[in-house]
Design a protein. Structure first.
Lengths: 280, 343
């Protein structure tokens, strides 16, 4: 870290900092302040009533809950996929690599339609799941499924390079020192990949919070039950209620920012702990 | 020196930003382009109509006209125009969205709907039912939709302009039948929406849910969408049921004055919309399953469009703005179906 700030590759720290601020301002800060300004047309009481309406509360709960569940599932299975891709050479590995990125590239509406087709009562998965009494399409489970789909690449792609950096020697060394495989994983490998896992979780979670295209197809959009926050915003726009739409958006923005900040702090803390460990 | 080194690029980039942009002037020579901002299911209609109008206009004025089309949800399209999409004409699903071009954007005068015949709706449609082949649940009229064990598919009227017509058709039926009142109408739509398992965000989404997912016994749809579904998508899988009474759906059109004047396209834009009322325009509307306004053209297609007692939104609801405020805005009747204690 210290080295990079002494020896600069790009000329002119101040010049590049100026550009960085300008760019962030243009792309992020100015549009977002516009968002805040629009809500100022509401009185405080109106704002509060809009953002605490029963439908809004139900939508926050679903959006944050399903996004969290989806990101958590992706942490577990994304790690598994990344592990397989890094540690094993098998026929069709390139194909799997490309498959992982597909949710990035696929238009989300296509993803939503495809998932709904699979999980609806007459679909490939749905017919068996419904026989077991598990409804996926048009329920909150369906929302989580869609969010899991779109979030997968984030975890795989953040964990993969870190796993690649860990030499197999490290595991062998642990084994020669008498560690069981479980100990090797929990004491040696896991702490090294934890920061990357957290980053992947954050990205997948943040992506899921804002997702609209894929979810509206599979959720069924029933008020109080399967309405996500972005749908509520669209609903308000459809009534030309720009102020109400931005009020909800501001709540999402603040909540997302606080959550992301918290995860980033946690990330820094785990990273420091990792750096501070003997041998590093 | 140090300060200037990062202020300068900032100012330069700002200057660069302010220089770009700006509107495009009318095309030189004998060519002109129009942008028609429309809603989703009119794509094929306007593909045909644009070709017909270009031919007509070239013959009449010697000018070559190219018409660009934009399609999307009616409300979304109206917001795009309000936010600066330079549409010369809009052809949307409901007058409420066009009203907003005046209320929110000051792009057209308040009396826009009186400038063309028939409430500025050159073609109409109505709300009908689509059922599965053989009509296994015996759906004949509105009252059958609220029976136990019947599931109904209709999009969310909060997000779909088209679906607001579906809802208002149901309300109008309940209000106008013998003994009907505001209270019975409200009870009717409440019971109807209890039978709706999924509220898709748009009309095409509902069609997919009904046709592809196999969900629901009845799809409430615009007649032109119902024709598409029964004639082109699932020829032998679905049937249309026309209820005894329904609403006259009037998708309105207008020139967007501010944009047309700025781009110098008013004459051709007005001619474009007027041509929708010509025999050729009316025939194309009928071909694409919209009910023509022209008596003569309608008579030729009488077998395609069965007679149904139609009421208008002005008759029953006093216009779109009132209907929107009472039924679909925050805390309106539709919200109260789902959130009983809404204030």
């Amino acid at each position: 870290m210290a080295v990079s700030s002494k020896r600069r590759v790009l000329p002119g720290f101040r010049l590049s900092l100026g550009f960085a601020w300008f760019y962030l301002g243009l792309i992020v800060l100015i549009p977002l302040s516009g968002l805040f300004l629009r809500t100022f047309t509401l009185t405080w009481a109106q704002f509060w009533e809009t953002v605490t309406a029963p439908r809004a509360l139900a939508a926050y709960q679903l959006t944050f809950g399903a996004s969290f569940a989806a990101a958590a599932v992706n942490v577990v299975f994304g790690l598994l996929v990344a592990w397989v891709l890094v540690r094993y050479r098998f026929p069709g590995r390139d194909l799997v690599e490309a498959l992982v990125d597909l949710p990035f590239a696929l238009p989300t509406a296509v993803a939503g339609l495809t998932l709904t087709t699979l999980f609806s009562a007459n679909g490939w998965y749905g017919q068996y799941l419904e026989a077991l009494g598990l409804k996926v399409a048009y329920t909150s489970v369906g929302v989580a499924v869609a969010l899991t789909f779109i979030g997968l690449p984030f975890v795989v792609r953040t964990v993969q390079p870190v796993l690649e950096d860990i030499d197999a020697d490290v595991e062998e060394a642990a084994a020669t020192l008498g560690a069981t495989p479980w100990q090797t994983f929990t004491r040696v490998l896991f702490p090294s990949i934890l920061p990357a896992l957290l980053s992947g979780f954050t990205l997948a979670f943040a992506r899921a919070l804002g997702e609209y295209g894929s979810v509206v197809f599979i959720s069924g959009n029933m008020p109080l039950r399967t309405e996500i926050v972005p749908l509520l915003i669209i609903t308000k726009l459809e009534q030309y209620d720009y102020a109400g739409a931005t009020a909800i958006a501001v709540v999402m923005l603040v909540a997302s920012f606080v959550l992301l900040l918290a995860v980033n702090l946690l990330h820094r803390w785990t990273h420091r702990r990792l750096e501070a460990r003997p041998g590093h | 020196m140090e300060v200037r080194s990062w202020v300068l690029p900032l100012l330069l980039s700002l200057a660069a930003c302010s220089k770009s942009g700006g509107g495009d002037a009318p095309a030189p020579g004998g060519a002109v382009t129009l942008l028609n901002v429309s809603y989703d299911p009119t794509r094929e209609l306007y593909e045909d109509f644009n070709a017909a109008f270009a031919k007509h206009w070239a013959a009449k004025s010697g000018q070559k006209v190219t018409i660009k089309q934009s399609h999307g949800g009616s409300g979304k399209q109206a917001r795009a125009v309000i936010d600066g999409l330079e549409a010369d004409v809009v052809t949307l699903a409901l007058a409420y969205d066009v009203d907003m071009l005046h209320d929110k954007g000051q792009l057209i005068p308040a009396n826009w709907q009186t400038r063309l015949p028939d409430n500025s709706s050159p073609y109409t449609s109505t709300i009908v039912f689509v059922v599965r082949k053989g009509n296994p649940k015996g759906i004949k009229d509105w009252e059958d939709l609220v029976k136990e064990g019947v599931t109904v598919i209709t999009p969310n009227p909060k997000t779909s302009g088209g679906a607001r017509w579906n809802y208002l058709a149901a309300w109008g039926h309940a209000l106008r039948k013998p003994g009907g009142s505001e209270a019975t109408a409200q009870a009717f739509v409440e019971n109807l929406f209890r039978n709706v398992p999924v509220l898709d965000s748009g009309a095409r989404g509902s069609t997919t849910t009904f046709a592809e997912r196999g969900l629901g016994d009845v799809l409430i749809a615009w007649e032109n969408e119902a024709f598409l579904l029964t004639q082109e998508v699932g020829k032998d899988k679905f049937e249309i049921v026309v209820p005894s009474v329904s609403i006259l759906a009037e998708p309105p059109v207008t020139v967007v004055d501010k944009n047309a004047d700025k781009r110098g396209t008013r004459a051709v834009a007005e001619a474009y919309l007027q041509y929708l009322y010509s025999d050729e325009g009316q025939e194309l509307a009928a071909k694409h399953h919209y009910r023509p306004r022209s008596q003569a053209v309608a008579a030729k297609h009488a077998s395609k469009f069965p007679g149904v007692s139609l009421f208008t939104i002005a008759d029953v609801f006093g216009g779109w703005k009132k209907a929107q405020a009472a039924h679909f805005d925050e805390g309106g009747v539709f919200d109260r179906i789902y959130v009983p204690k809404a204030r």
